[in-house]
Design a protein. Structure first.
Length: 107
């Protein structure tokens, strides 16, 4: 038992519903399904284009909550990408020698 650690790699998955979804993800997907069912009930499916428009809320929300590796889901990827593109792109150095570099010595 030298240099062996018992740390599970999927500790965050235990906090998720079915190991994949947050409550917000399920609410988002459920609202997309609800809107699609309501549209299916009240609008006639007269053409392929109308059918695609009616099914689009469920398809879009399903795409957003689809799990992908290294991120939680596509919604997280889109939010991270938006944050990266809109935040400041120049970073100030705040390392271990930040104060000694920026202060001048008085002689």
């Amino acid at each position: 038992m030298y240099n062996q650690y018992l740390i599970p790699a999927n500790t965050k998955r235990g906090q998720l519903i079915l190991g994949l979804f947050r409550p917000f993800d399920l609410a988002l997907f459920g609202s997309g399904i609800f809107v699609t069912v309501v549209l299916l009930a009240f609008l006639p499916l007269s053409s392929t284009f109308v059918t695609i428009l009616i099914l689009s809320p469920a398809l879009i929300t399903g795409f957003l909550v689809m799990p992908i590796p290294y991120y939680h889901n596509m919604l997280i990827v889109i939010m991270e990408l938006y944050e990266f593109l809109t935040e400041r792109q120049t970073y100030r150095w705040k390392g271990w020698c930040y104060r000694s570099v920026n202060t001048k010595r008085k002689k």
